[in-house]
Design a protein around this ligand. Structure first.
Ligand code: DGL
Length: 284
């Protein structure tokens, strides 16, 4: 039986999952988190489902060996193709980000419908996520009223990993990816990749400029954190004692930590622990 005082394990291909970590820390202030960014193998989004499944299995095994009480897959690409496998393989609560992302989109749609006509829901994601059809499926499971248009945006992950999140270059790339969505009438956009919230200001600005009206841009981080809180409560897995601030987060990466560390500090603020480099081929 899982120990409520054990940490939650969270992983992504790189630093994108930190967008989910930030929401988890905010909404679950007593919990401890061990984060793994597989920076040696980022990006996942351009790889085949078989490869992503293999990578996900390694990441999850390493976290499980750290005695986690639950696994948060802070990666849409992995959530799209490997969630069922992880649930079968690991005797742990496993949560993904796609269902929460779909729920966030529907919340935005209900808001919009109060004053404006219904529109298609746009999804920006990696090639793997878009090819899997996971978002249209997740939305259809919640409501069959809405059309979903997904657009792969493969250049955005390297831009974020590079820390290139404002200025002319990201604007041009974002413009190129958003144009077909906006032309199709999309006015609600789901960031279907956990890296993209770092580009949210650019995405919002370019979308609204192209549409010449406000476009709602939503991501799955808050909805995922809410879901994790409910699940821990339902399974009586909430941590009993509060965790001291300096023990709340542990960071692991699979390649040189320097650029990840800088981005983590920029994104999560000071007090971020030093990321430790691990080798997934020998860890267990
Ligand atoms: N951040 C991940 C996602 O949500 C993966 C990005 C990538 O590695 O391509 O899809």
């Amino acid at each position: 039986l899982a120990d409520p005082d054990a940490p939650l394990g969270v992983f992504d291909s790189g630093l994108g999952g930190l967008t989910v970590v930030r929401a988890l820390l905010e909404q679950n202030p007593q919990e401890r988190i061990i984060y793994l960014g597989d920076t040696a193998r980022v990006p996942y989004g351009t790889r085949s489902p078989e490869t992503v499944i293999r990578y996900a299995l390694r990441c999850a095994s390493v976290l499980r060996a750290r005695q986690i009480k639950g696994l948060v897959v802070a990666c849409n690409t992995v959530s799209a193709v490997a969630l069922d496998m992880l649930r079968v393989e690991f005797d742990l609560p496993v949560m993904g980000v796609i269902e929460p992302g779909a729920r966030a989109a529907l919340r935005a749609m209900r808001q919009r419908e109060r004053s404006r006509p219904i529109c298609p829901i746009g999804v920006l994601g990696t090639q793997g996520t878009v090819a899997s059809g996971a978002y249209p499926r997740a939305v259809a499971q919640l409501s069959t009223r809405y059309e979903v248009r997904a657009q792969a945006a493969p250049l955005l992950v390297p831009l974020v990993e590079e820390g290139w999140v404002d200025g002319e270059l990201p604007r041009l790339a974002v413009r190129r990816y958003l144009t077909p969505l906006i032309d199709a009438g999309v006015r609600i956009i789901v960031l279907g990749c956990t890296h993209y919230p770092l580009l949210k200001p650019v995405i919002e600005a370019v979308a609204s400029e192209l549409a010449q009206e406000p476009v709602a841009v939503v991501d799955s981080a808050d909805a995922t954190a809410e879901e994790v809180a409910h699940l821990l409560e339902a399974r009586q897995l909430q941590r009993h004692a509060p965790t001291p601030a300096n023990e709340r987060l542990e960071l692991m990466v699979t390649d040189l930590p320097a650029s990840f560390q800088n981005a983590a500090e920029r994104f999560l603020g000071s007090g971020v622990p030093q990321a430790i480099q691990i080798d997934l081929s020998v860890e267990e």
